[in-house]
Design a protein around this ligand. Structure first.
Ligand SMILES: Cc1ncc(COP(=O)(O)O)c(C=O)c1O
Length: 478
């Protein structure tokens, strides 16, 4: 079916606090979800819809690009743009994102992203620490907790960051949040980001993208190459953006590091424009070649960088504990916001993590995990190269807990992810992490829970089977 169904979209207008492209995006998404627009239906051309709604063409283009990158629309050149035949959520069950996948499974799936080695977490030690803490609960511990986070934990984080990441900050600058998503919410609220422009790495972390979009932030996709974010490109696209969200140590998902020149350019830009940079330092502790890279924040003499870290990779994601270091001049504003919100992290968990850090368990655990990950990474890379020789190529990455695997034969990465999911494997298609960039496809996966050479070989074989099945489906549909 190729009829053009403009009716549900034509209702799009402006909505207070929402950027216009997001209004168009949401209207089309809900028309698809409600079945008003069906696979194969043609949507109006960018020009026609822009004229109809009295919007700039770029606004409609941005909405369409986002829908294409998420798999809802397919661009067919001269034949126009249509609702995708394989809708990501409604028609074909697509693999859930990493956090959804983990919450729906009893056990982590092999290759599932976003998880540390769950089998290697010292659960006995953790139980002992949490029990001790629970026993010590006094009357004061029953009241409201500090909205910025448990004070001894904020001190322990400041000490850790000074020693291991070169980030000099005082505990007053540290805010404990329920995961990186809460960090993003806090940053958006405190910097009043709704309707404001924000550079966003392309490809970039899908969850962060979604949270920023939901907050009404105007994302400016800035491409990434082997040296990380292309700062000069960002300046050309949008020199006055209020914020840039970056992952300098291991770009998520490509795994490249932001080069020293680009770091300077980025910090100079932020200083010159009085803009902010949010550094997502989510897994820089894990590096297998060369020395750990310094945090961008450690080079931030003008205090323009907000630094975010998480305990999800270093301990476990079920904790939902992350932290944000705020530039000195902004601490008051962030405090205002959290006083209204209150702190949402259970104090018992914060206190237990604080003990874990201050008693030295944390650095010991990290050291062990670095060795373990280096070995597990090697197991999976070897198996993928042996089983998938000629079909699979692992991107060289110096650190992190994920692999980016390129597929050397003609087949769409979203289809592979669907087939892999059906075969009990959790891999993410790189194309879903892209906004506007024309990066070739690829498969994102983690090696942290691959425990033996036998398992690695079995999983690699299953993945290859999924790739071949996806290729057959691609060919049938062509
Ligand atoms: C790029 C990136 N940043 C941050 C995080 C941390 O997220 P959270 O603290 O919400 O678990 C993740 C987790 O997967 C990530 O991949």
């Amino acid at each position: 079916m190729t009829t053009e169904n403009a009716m549900p979209i034509a209702k799009a207008a402006t909505e207070p606090g929402l950027p216009k492209y997001l209004v168009v995006y949401r209207r089309i998404r809900s028309a698809i979800d409600d079945g008003q627009l069906r696979p194969g239906d043609r949507v109006p051309s960018v020009r026609a819809l822009a004229a109809e709604l009295n919007l700039a063409r770029g606004t409609v283009e941005t909405a369409y690009e986002l829908l294409i990158s998420e798999g809802y629309l397919t661009a067919r050149g001269q034949a126009g743009t249509v609702i995708a035949l394989d809708l990501p959520v409604t028609a074909a069950p697509s693999p859930p994102t990493e956090s959804a996948a983990s919450s729906e499974q009893d056990q982590p799936l092999p290759l599932q992203m976003g998880l540390p080695a769950l089998d290697a977490f010292p659960r006995k030690l953790w139980s002992r620490l949490i029990t001790q803490r629970a026993r010590q609960t006094d009357i004061a511990g029953l009241g409201f907790s500090d909205p910025r986070g448990y004070a001894p934990l904020r001190s322990a984080i400041a000490t850790y960051l000074g020693l291991y990441r070169g980030v000099q900050c005082t505990p007053d600058q540290v805010f404990v949040c329920t995961g990186y998503n809460a960090v993003l919410e806090l940053v958006c609220e405190s910097l009043e980001m709704t309707g404001q422009d924000c550079w966003f790495e392309d490809p970039g972390y899908v969850h962060a993208r979604q949270i920023l979009l939901n907050r009404g932030v105007e994302l400016v996709p800035v491409p990434v190459d082997a040296d990380g974010l292309r700062v000069e490109h960002g300046i050309r696209l949008n020199p006055t953006a209020r914020l840039a969200v970056v992952s300098p140590a291991h770009q998520s998902p490509l795994g490249v590091a932001l080069s020293p020149e680009r770091r300077r350019e980025l910090l100079d830009w932020a200083q010159g424009q009085s803009s902010w940079v949010l550094e997502d330092d989510y897994d820089s502790e894990f590096r297998y070649r060369g020395r750990p890279l310094p945090a961008l924040k450690s080079q931030d003499v003008h205090d323009r960088v907000l630094y975010a870290g998480t305990f999800s990779k270093m301990l476990f994601p079920g904790l939902r504990l992350a932290y944000l270091v705020v530039p000195r001049e902004r601490v008051g504003r962030f405090e205002q916001v959290v006083r209204l919100w209150r702190n949402r992290c259970p104090e018992l968990l914060q206190a237990t993590v604080s003990d874990f850090l201050s008693q030295g368990h944390f650095t010991r655990h990290l050291k062990k995990m670095r060795q373990l990950y280096s070995a597990r990474r090697a197991l999976l890379v070897r198996a993928l190269e042996e089983v998938g020789g000629g079909v699979l190529k692992v991107d060289p990455q110096a650190g992190g807990i994920n692999l980016l695997v390129r597929v050397l034969i003609e087949v769409t990465d979203t289809r592979i992810a669907e087939q892999a999911w059906a075969a009990g494997l959790s891999v993410q298609p790189l194309s879903r992490w892209q906004l506007a960039s024309g990066e070739e496809g690829g498969l994102l996966m983690s090696f942290t829970n691959v425990v033996s050479a036998e398992q690695a070989a079995e999983v690699a074989g299953r993945l290859l089977g999924a790739i071949m099945a996806a290729r057959s489906t691609d060919q049938d549909k062509a």
